[in-house]
Design a protein around this ligand. Structure first.
Ligand code: ADP
Length: 161
């Protein structure tokens, strides 16, 4: 275990059990993790930023070594401002790798001290994405095995709106 906190950033619309697993495994390697909701870049979200932040906070409540934060703008600006440099990303498959390598290169370009570490998705979450959850919920599927309990409740409430 290192004593360098890692940053696990995403749009988390909504947070899934796959995200929870990556954050916990990163915490077990790095000692502590900042789960960072990045507010920009999410077009037509199901949950607005305040809702996503509240869900993340509830999902990770009481978790040792995991802190939820919120930022706007460039991820590398957040790293610089907070004296952080390790980014953790989850990889579900080749499409993630392609996309995440590009992100890693840009982050390094904008902040030479930034280092990106990839964690492979656990096999049972390799198919799981926030977009698949949103889609399934729209058609009335029960997604409770795929998301934290607070998210399952929030999705039900959203549907009945
Ligand atoms: P999504 O890709 O589900 O919309 P985000 O944009 O919030 O989620 O992604 C944040 C990070 O989480 C990315 O590194 C993404 O590859 C990773 N991730 C998303 N879902 C999973 C999963 N099921 N298992 C492992 N990593 C994941």
């Amino acid at each position: 275990m290192t004593d360098i906190p890692a940053v696990y950033a995403g749009s988390f619309d909504p947070v899934t059990n796959g995200h929870m697993d990556v954050a916990r495994r990163a915490r077990d390697v790095f000692g502590s993790v900042v789960v960072l909701l990045i507010g920009n870049g999410c077009k037509r979200p199901l949950f607005d930023e305040a809702e996503r932040l509240a869900l993340l906070q509830e999902a990770f409540k009481g978790e040792r070594g995991i802190r939820v934060e919120h930022a706007q703008g460039l991820l590398t600006d957040y790293l610089k401002a907070n004296n952080l440099r390790v980014l953790v990303r989850g990889l579900r498959g080749a499409p993630d790798l392609e996309h995440e390598l590009l992100n890693a290169h840009y982050n390094k370009l904008f902040y030479s001290q930034a280092e990106t570490v990839f964690l492979p998705a656990r096999a049972e979450y390799g198919f799981l994405s926030s977009s698949a959850v949103r889609e399934a919920v729209r058609y009335g599927a029960d997604v409770s095995p795929l998301v934290p309990a607070c998210v399952a409740r929030a999705l039900k409430a959203k549907l009945s709106d």
